[in-house]
Design a protein around this ligand. Structure first.
Ligand SMILES: C[S@@+](CC[C@H](N)C(=O)[O-])C[C@H]1O[C@@H](n2cnc3c(N)ncnc32)[C@H](O)[C@@H]1O
Length: 240
């Protein structure tokens, strides 16, 4: 099994319904904080179940939700089919969006499941779809030294605050023996240093910076904010 297949099923990643709700509420609030204006066109790529996408959609003109997993898209369609501001897209549909049409693209907690070639191709696609003054936000990127123990501590702290400590502890024990752990050992999770991500973003034509805060609850992971690099001013040449 690969990561795409893994996500096309009910996973034990969320240790309880409350965990899932609090997670998606936090992500939705973080995305809302990034929306530049009520007129913005926003893409949440690799969005998962995006349980609070209606709250995000209420703060922008149009919200595209895209996920590779057909099961996830089916659930999104069931939940949001009556919301005129939300459109559910397959990953192929994203390729069909008009170039330079998006104000904000959020890719949260996806990079770790992509090969380097897939990640480079995704950055190229995102660059094509963003407006010249648009913003790409890559969230929840795993640094190379991040251990499962650090992730576990962050989850326990989130669970303590959110009132789902007991399910988090038993969920962590389940994950230790789960399919997730097995695929992680077989396929691996992509981990990048800050410099590597900044270089990859620059190679794809962005001006990137690391954000002070990560999206979501785990501050041991990293978020990057990137804008398309401005075309070199032709006056540079005129002066010569
Ligand atoms: C860890 S979840 C993150 C969901 C959401 N962004 C969040 O922050 O909670 C990863 C999601 O990425 C989706 N996914 C995996 N590979 C993908 C790909 N190549 N393109 C788009 N989505 C993908 C999975 O189906 C899954 O829903």
């Amino acid at each position: 099994m690969n990561w795409r297949d893994y996500w096309n099923q009910d996973t034990p990643i969320y240790t309880s319904e409350r965990h899932k709700l609090l997670h998606y509420r936090l992500i939705a609030n973080d995305i809302i904080g990034l929306i530049p204006s009520p007129e913005a066109v926003v893409l949440d790529y690799g969005c998962g179940e995006a349980l609070f996408a209606d709250k995000v959609a209420a703060k922008c003109r149009q919200l595209y939700l895209s996920d590779a997993a057909p099961l996830v898209r089916e659930r999104l369609n069931e939940r949001f089919q009556d919301n005129g501001r939300i459109t559910i897209l397959s990953t192929d549909n994203v390729t069909d969006l008009a170039d330079a049409s998006l104000d904000l693209i959020v890719v949260n907690s996806l990079v770790q499941y992509l090969s380097l070639d897939e990640f480079r191709a995704l950055l190229k696609l995102m660059h094509e779809k963003l407006k010249a003054d648009g913003t790409l936000v890559l969230g929840d990127v795993l640094p190379p030294d991040l251990s499962p123990l650090t992730d576990a501590k962050a989850l326990i702290s989130f669970a303590w605050q959110g009132g789902f400590l007991r399910s988090a502890v038993s969920g962590l024990a389940r994950t230790a023996f789960s399919e997730y752990r097995r695929i992680r050992e077989e396929v691996g999770l992509a981990q990048y240093s800050e410099e590597e991500i900044l270089d990859l973003l620059e190679d794809a034509g962005f001006e990137p910076r690391r954000s002070e805060r990560n999206l979501g609850h785990n501050q041991a992971r990293m978020t990057f904010v990137a804008r398309p690099a401005q075309a070199r001013d032709t006056d540079d040449f005129a002066e010569r």
